[in-house]
Design a protein around this ligand. Structure first.
Ligand code: DAH
Length: 328
């Protein structure tokens, strides 16, 4: 038995020493070829006595299998080396470690806008787009905003010239829609608005969603129901909501809605709303004796900050992946 183990060991040494596939094939021929040593041994079994035949054939087949396996492994090794060499030629370094692919995701502000839009779509609101560069008329005049209103101020608003500006509110969409669409109207419009303001909670550019519903018999209770249910749904938990009487030139009565923030123990304003002012309806020739409307404007960043307890509005725009990844 030892004799045969030694025999296999010697073949193994011979294979280990060989440096090319060509050399390997020659060694293989020497042992396993038609006239190879092992083949000859197998052929000689027939000349043995019945007793020896069985024992020897088991042994020689074992050796044959082992040696075949040694050749197989060495051949594989040469193949791998060849692939490696050709990769180097093609400048591919297969030894480089695997890098996790980085997948992008939708920005949290866009996610929130999409969610709010789909919420209101369920109530039959269609989505419309407004212009970021607006005229004095649509941003202010047509919305019943007086000539001396502070928001028209040169300091607070980004003006291009005396007539055009970066819109300060998505409410500018209201009049364009009322001019162009037939009644009844149910629209929602999201986008960027601009004000010269910068702090932890204010950014010169931020996002709003405007809602407008004009129909016969629309009342303040419709507005209240709609806003209340929207906010309950948005925060998906029990929240305290307060309607606070307020003033906007384009709505009457007007209200601001606050929600109670448990962390700061304070009421925080989240949106403005009201019944469309008869003067605004008059500007677009809608008879306010027949039709009435509700409108609302939601600050997206403000709402998102409250939902996720974010303290600095700039986090949304810094493109810090550690922040953005939280909302994947
Ligand atoms: N445009 C207002 C703002 O930017 C928000 C607003 C208030 C919109 C009342 C409305 C509304 O449609 O009815 O502060």
């Amino acid at each position: 038995m030892n004799k045969y183990k030694k025999y296999v060991k010697n073949i193994k040494l011979e294979i280990n020493k060989c440096f090319s596939l060509k050399e390997l094939n020659l060694i293989k021929l020497k042992y396993l070829g038609r006239k190879g040593e092992i083949t000859k041994k197998i052929k000689s079994i027939k000349d043995l006595s019945v007793n020896k035949k069985k024992k020897f054939s088991i042994l020689i087949n074992k050796i044959k299998k082992k040696v075949q396996n040694l050749f197989y492994l060495k051949k594989n090794y040469f193949n791998k080396i060849n692939i490696f060499k050709s990769n180097i030629k093609n400048d591919i370094d297969i030894s480089l470690s695997y890098k996790e692919p980085i997948f992008g995701s939708i920005h949290i502000i866009t996610q929130i806008i999409n969610d709010i839009q789909s919420y209101f779509s369920n109530f039959g609101f269609s989505i419309v787009f407004g212009k970021e560069i607006e005229s004095n008329y649509y941003n202010f005049d047509a919305l019943n905003i007086k000539k001396d209103h502070p928001s028209r101020n040169k300091k607070d608003t980004f003006w291009f010239n005396s007539n055009f500006l970066l819109r300060t509110q998505t409410s500018s969409v209201q009049v364009r829609v009322m001019e162009n669409c037939s009644l009844p109207i149910r629209i929602i419009s999201s986008g960027k608005v601009y004000r010269n303001d910068s702090s932890l909670t204010h950014s010169p550019m931020f996002h709003q969603i405007e809602g407008l519903l004009i129909d016969k018999g629309i009342s303040f209770s419709n507005l209240k129901w709609m806003m209340y249910n929207f906010l309950k749904n948005f925060f998906s938990k029990k929240i305290k909501i307060r309607f606070r009487s307020s003033y906007f030139p384009f709505t009457t009565p007007s209200a601001e809605i606050d929600i109670f923030n448990k962390n700061s123990n304070k009421w925080l304003e989240v949106l403005g709303c009201g019944m469309v002012h008869p003067n605004v309806l008059k500007n677009v020739n809608i008879d306010s004796k027949i039709y009435s409307g509700l409108a609302f404007g939601i600050g997206i960043e403000r709402l998102t900050m409250l939902k996720y307890n974010i303290s600095n509005i700039r986090s949304f725009f810094k493109n810090d992946l550690r922040f953005l990844k939280q909302f994947k």
